[in-house]
Design a protein around this ligand. Structure first.
Ligand SMILES: C[S@@+](CC[C@H](N)C(=O)[O-])C[C@H]1O[C@@H](n2cnc3c(N)ncnc32)[C@H](O)[C@@H]1O
Length: 269
């Protein structure tokens, strides 16, 4: 990919994550908690370990992991979005956690020395990484020998309602500046597993059916699509809403369960 295109893509992504950060903390975090729990459960964490949380967002994984690895272990959270990091900082300080630190950076160029982490976690973040081959190399570089990677990614729209919702709305939002990123981008994991194998990380995939609920269409739209469609003209926004309603609320508005098949990558160096 041309580096200009990658730069434009990154700038666009940072803007979206910055703008979404408050909604994320208020309305998304609680819904993604079962995914975070499943990531942490597969990490086999022990007291004293050094952990990197790639794409930490508002710090949900860090909050869960820091007490497990304390007092001698530390958790470093990394993200491209300063606004996400600011909310993570407030959240972690509010819990009185001291074995945590945050860094601005990309999975493609992790700001850390070689071989310093026992575990790398990446909950629902790798689908947004523009150069996943580079991210695989960086994960292998910062892991110590026999270190572990645990990541979660959504399955495809036919099995994962959040992906169906966001892809249907996204079709109205214009072409993003970079291809191949988005909630369903790692539904097929074969290329990424090869990229991990190329850098010496042997990985397997486990699948769980998880989910969350919304009381009505308006709250689902606000949470999952209001930021990414905010720039659209009102008529175009309305078309996008009608398309999502038609696909996901065929019986009309009301409470809806989102059934989200979720894939967990468990890798070892
Ligand atoms: C869906 S959120 C997940 C946040 C958190 N891990 C969780 O499970 O709640 C995705 C996060 O990945 C971050 N992200 C996207 N691309 C990234 C990249 N290339 N490197 C690091 N973080 C990235 C976004 O800024 C966002 O905070």
């Amino acid at each position: 990919m041309e580096s200009d295109q990658e730069e434009a893509g990154l700038e666009w992504q940072v803007g979206v994550w910055d703008r979404i950060s408050r909604i994320y903390l208020q309305d998304v975090d609680q819904r993604f908690a079962p995914v975070v729990e499943n990531v942490v459960a597969r990490a086999g964490l022990k007291s004293g370990q050094q952990v990197l949380d790639l794409g930490t967002g508002t710090g949900a994984v860090m909050e869960r992991v820091a007490p497990v690895v304390s007092p001698r272990g530390d958790v470093v959270g990394m993200d491209i979005s300063r606004d996400m990091l600011a909310l993570a900082q407030q959240r972690l300080a509010g819990r009185g956690l001291t074995n945590v630190s945050l860094r601005e950076g990309r999975a493609e160029t992790v700001p850390a020395d070689d071989g310093v982490f026992d575990v790398v976690l990446a909950s629902l973040s790798l689908m947004y990484v523009i150069d996943r081959g580079a991210a695989a190399r960086e994960i292998a570089r910062v892991l110590r020998p026999s270190g572990r990677l645990v990541a979660s990614v959504w399955a495809g729209p036919e099995e994962c309602d959040i992906v169906l919702f966001q892809q249907t709305a996204g079709r109205f939002a214009g072409t993003p500046p970079v291809p191949g990123v988005g909630p369903g981008a790692l539904a097929d994991l074969s290329s990424f597993l090869n990229q991990l194998a190329d850098v010496g990380i042997k990985a397997r995939v486990e699948t769980e059916t998880l989910g969350f609920d919304f009381d009505d269409f308006a709250s689902a739209w606000h949470t999952l699509a209001s930021v990414t469609t905010a720039h659209l003209a009102p008529e175009r926004q309305q078309e996008a809403k009608e398309a999502v309603m038609a696909v996901m609320y065929p019986d009309g508005d009301g409470p809806r369960h989102f059934r989200n098949v979720t894939q967990f990558i468990i890798g070892e160096l």
